[in-house]
Design a protein around this ligand. Structure first.
Ligand code: GLN
Length: 488
């Protein structure tokens, strides 16, 4: 059972073959047994998990099942939850308890989900390996010497190892898709504005978006259906976003008539030969399913990482200025005066990567540099957005590798921020353009998972789900057993 999909668990609950309490116990036992190896969860309250499961069983008996009734879902430590701590894996928030639930958390609760705990992440979601967490690195269950990706590495590791059947992550520059890719699971970043950001600790507000991480396309769609929709308390949540038939879009088994763009800029020298072979084979499979593969160009791709590393740190430097030790967060001992309190509290509370981003962002926004860096990066962003608009004149969806490499070893890139930043070379442009993107498993290189990325026009998550479910139905990658944690 632990490696079951969310929809299988749902069928068994609906058929009365199991209960939410029994399901919750299965995962709590696995967390107790295996979290020590993975460090995927940074907070777990078993008694509270069982209480929610009991309440769900009682609700089902009385009123029938809601959309996610009794289904366990793990959430990244970036989501504010009234229950338990919300720390964004930072020492600056080590004693923080959120006064309210994030909108997506409220949505999950209203759908009857059982929240299983908080998952590990890079501090403030800044990273690609979950090594900058204040609670220690998380590990990849496919190989414990390797990173699970980041920043939603804890969610990816937990799902891959079946410590939870599904999880929520956030994606600012790739943080759902890249960990999904290197952990062999499915992760969806919705269109910017599809999901409310209220109660999600802000990193870069024009880029951040929450989404599901799950075993299959349909499982991801089930969660996306529950969390998406307008929230009048988030000004970036779009009120009249075109609706998607989330579950209906997962019924496709062929790709007849689908035009898939293959951007030449995403198939460059330097990418792992095994990854390239896996993606080529995946595209051949798509062609066999009836798709037309069209060579396209996204000419400003090579400027995406540079633009992102001006825009994201600039927004972060503004967002993180709220951690001033006045109303919440870490406060240093015996401050001499206000300035000493600000500087020492921030110095003690933030880790090195977060400081690097704050410094870079403050520099890029400072007078004299603003035009040269921030404005220039915004102009590049417009060009990147236009590249996609032009490409979608020719094709329905775009397929690329999610990451140029498979999971790397812990510690391998921690001394070299630039190579770490390049981990997101294939995911960042999608955030800059505000588009939906998904990573799904499409093979292995030396036992390590490879992810196929799908990109669609804004609000067309249905096209991604169509293509990804047809590919999933035609292949066995999501069923590949993992050599971790017993029964597969
Ligand atoms: N790895 C990228 C960064 O470090 C993206 C992170 C994210 O999407 N949260 O900023």
């Amino acid at each position: 059972m632990p490696f079951s999909t969310l929809s299988d668990i749902q069928s068994r609950l609906d058929a009365g073959q199991t209960t939410a309490v029994a399901v919750a116990k299965t995962y709590l036992d696995r967390i107790a047994a295996f979290n020590g190896d993975l460090n995927a969860f940074v907070d777990i309250d078993p008694a509270h998990v069982l209480e929610q499961a009991e309440a769900s069983d009682a609700y089902r008996a009385k009123h029938g099942a809601r959309a996610l009734e009794g289904l366990p879902i793990a959430v990244k430590d970036i989501f504010c939850t009234q229950d338990g701590p919300t720390r964004c894996c930072s020492n600056i928030l080590k004693d923080f308890h959120a006064p309210y639930d994030a909108h997506v958390i409220t949505r999950l609760k209203e759908a009857g989900a059982v929240l299983v705990g908080k998952t590990n992440m890079d501090e403030f979601a800044m990273g690609s390996s979950t090594e900058t967490s204040a609670f220690g690195p998380c590990r990849n269950p496919w190989d414990l010497e390797r990173i699970p990706g980041g920043s939603s590495g804890g969610s990816a590791s937990a799902v891959a190892a079946a410590l939870a059947p599904a999880a929520l992550g956030t994606d600012t520059g790739g943080s759902i898709r890249q960990p999904a890719s290197v952990c062999g699971i499915t992760g969806l970043k919705p269109t910017y504005g599809r999901v409310s950001r209220r109660g999600i600790i802000a990193f870069a507000s024009s880029l951040d978006q929450a989404g599901p991480m799950a075993r299959t396309v349909k499982d991801a769609a089930m969660i996306a259906a529950a969390i998406s929709g307008h929230d009048s308390m988030d000004s970036t949540s779009v009120p009249d976003a075109p609706a998607v038939d989330w579950l209906g879009a997962c019924d496709k088994t062929d790709m007849k008539g689908l035009r898939i763009g293959k951007p030449k800029e995403y198939f460059v020298d330097g990418m792992d030969a095994g990854v390239r072979a896996a993606i080529d084979a995946a595209l051949a499979e798509c062609a066999a399913l009836g798709a037309e593969i069209v060579d396209i160009s996204l000419p400003h791709t090579d400027a995406a990482v540079a633009a992102y590393y001006v825009i994201a740190p600039s927004e972060a430097s503004a967002n993180l200025s709220r951690y001033d030790a006045v109303r919440f967060g870490h406060r240093c001992e015996n401050p001499e005066d206000l300035l000493d309190m600000y500087t020492r509290s921030r110095d003690e509370g933030f880790g090195a990567e977060v400081k690097r981003r704050i410094l870079t962002g403050t520099f890029a926004l400072s007078s004299g540099y603003y035009d040269a860096y921030y404005i220039k990066a915004q102009q590049v962003r417009t060009l990147i957005r236009q590249d996609f608009i032009d490409a979608f004149e020719q094709v329905d969806v775009i397929a690329t590798p999610t990451s140029p490499i498979t999971a790397f070893k812990l510690g391998e890139k921690t001394d070299d921020p630039l190579t770490m930043y390049l981990s997101d070379i294939f995911t960042i442009a999608i955030n800059l353009a505000g588009l939906p993107g998904m990573s799904q498993p499409c093979g292995f290189v030396e036992g390590l998972p490879v992810g196929l990325q799908w990109i669609a026009p804004a609000w067309r998550e249905d096209l991604i789900l169509n293509a990804a479910s047809a590919y999933e139905a035609a292949t066995d990658w999501v069923k590949t057993p993992i050599n971790f944690g017993g029964e597969a």
